[in-house]
Design a binder for this molecule. Structure first.
Ligand code: GAP
Length: 447
């Protein structure tokens, strides 16, 4: 295994070992491209989502948050163009009939290698198109059941509520609708752990603007940079992120222009993290046609009526999660001991602080540690108490899950009233902080 894939393997194993991510329904053999998040994973995901909600919705006067449904009728997807155009090219191996995406050379090569080892030469069928929407039926009888789709992008939840937001919130253009939620795609070759899944979560903003080229260009550049800065804020080095414009044949059917923010992954080089799409009036115009509901906006100032253009920021929660872990993963030597640690930014860390009594069997130490733990938990929420194993082991465990600070209560805390030790995850250095200053000291570290 080469160095690069090795890092991905190490992340997969750490995720399972330490309760970040498990294969979905693992005891029944699992489902390809489906994952469950464990106690630490769910916290890290929440931190990513909270950060999105804070920056894209809460801190803005011009963006409205919504929570739209996952199931939507067929008509929505006909209008959005997905039933017809949301497809991937697919080829089938004539030896084993496995299907692979024709536009993913790495998947083709990987498959050919399998048969090469069996001394067979692969022949592929002609490419056909394969629709990625995941369908279902709602209703008690076959006859009356309605065809529905689990949304292939959360976007349509915003567009179908465009009129509702106009009528209930009376927004002034430009304004946005933001949301976070699950999306589903019948990916032909789910791969690379959380990178390409069949069930995943998206964070999106649809930003509606006046339909003209100058405004379009200005807003598009603004949101590209806004999304990039947001992504950097997850804790990335600038050199590991870049912009890339989609070529014409890569662009989704709705996009007038499309740029990705890409992350330099160890498993496959630059890969899409986030998309910024100029959707113009594609969606609202089509929903006007298909629903027969007028989706235009009336501008009181200029007395103009028009269908707005939409600038979209669309990111994957799971990809951000995976990339944050890949970026944070470190191996080094502290003293003479090798260790693994996650250099997560304090706001992303699933556990913020861990509190230890130096010894498990000294009641006074345990009681004091519990008292400190309770006080910190009230203030910081994600605080862990651990008295299991020797202190070195406890530090290693917290390093591996990226806990920025470990606090130890020792005999000097009790007898000399010298405060507690606060250990920094990245340097391994310890400082003594008086009990009365502890909360303000830590608060400063988390701002
Ligand atoms: N509404 C636009 C849209 O859905 P997209 O580029 O298809 O655009 C946006 O998806 C983001 O969703 C991607 O940048 C990626 O982060 C995430 N994403 C897309 N497909 C995914 C998959 N199969 N597994 C995990 N994340 C995915």
């Amino acid at each position: 295994m080469d160095e690069k894939n090795n890092k991905m393997e190490k992340i997969v194993s750490l995720c399972k070992r330490r309760g970040f991510v498990f294969q979905g329904s693992e005891i029944y053999g699992g489902l390809a491209g489906i994952f469950d998040y464990g106690p630490l994973g769910v916290e890290l995901r929440n931190n990513i989502k909270q950060y999105f909600w804070q920056k894209f919705i809460i801190e803005r006067e011009d963006v409205y948050g919504i929570g739209a449904a996952i199931l939507m009728p067929e008509k929505v997807w006909e209008a959005s163009g997905h039933t017809e155009l949301f497809t991937d090219p697919l080829v089938e191996c004539k030896i084993c009939h496995e299907r692979v995406r024709a536009d993913q050379p790495e998947a083709i090569v990987e498959h050919e290698k399998i048969h090469k080892n069996e001394k067979k030469k692969v022949e592929w069928t002609e490419a056909t198109t394969f629709n990625l929407l995941v369908g279902s039926k709602l209703g008690a009888s076959e006859k009356t059941a309605t065809q529905v789709y689990l949304r292939g992008e959360i976007t349509q939840g915003a567009h179908v509520n465009f009129k509702n937001i106009l009528d209930s919130m009376r927004p002034k253009i430009p304004f946005g609708i933001g949301q976070i939620g699950k999306a589903f795609r019948n990916e032909i070759t789910p791969r690379d752990f959380l990178f390409r899944q069949r069930e995943f979560e998206q964070m999106e903003l649809q930003y509606y603007i006046k339909p003209n080229e100058v405004e379009g260009k200005k807003q598009y550049e603004y949101w590209k940079q806004f999304a990039f800065d947001w992504y950097l804020g997850l804790g990335f080095k600038k050199e590991n992120l870049r912009f890339r414009q989609h070529t014409l044949d890569e662009r989704a059917h709705y996009a007038k222009d499309a740029w990705d923010i890409e992350y330099n992954t160890p498993f496959g080089g630059w890969k899409e993290a986030w998309g910024i799409h100029h959707r113009a009036d594609w969606d609202l115009k089509r929903h006007s046609e298909y629903s027969k509901i007028d989706m235009s906006y009336y501008d009181e100032g200029t007395k103009e009526k028009f269908i707005p253009w939409d600038i979209e920021c669309s990111g994957g929660v799971d990809r951000a999660f995976l990339f944050v872990l890949l970026e944070a993963y470190r191996e080094d030597e502290l003293g003479k001991e090798k260790r693994v640690y996650l250099k997560l930014s304090p706001k992303m860390a699933p556990v913020k602080i861990a509190v230890f009594p130096l010894l498990k069997n000294k009641l006074a130490l345990v009681e004091k540690a519990r008292e400190v733990y309770k006080n910190l938990k009230k203030e910081f929420g994600a605080v862990e108490f651990d008295d299991n194993g020797n202190i070195g082991k406890r530090y290693r465990r917290q390093d591996e899950i990226g806990t920025p600070f470990c606090i130890t209560i020792d005999f000097d805390t009790l007898e000399k009233k010298e405060g507690v030790t606060v250990r920094n995850r990245d340097t391994g250095k310890q400082e003594r902080i008086s009990e009365k200053d502890l909360i303000s000291y830590l608060k400063e570290k988390f701002t």
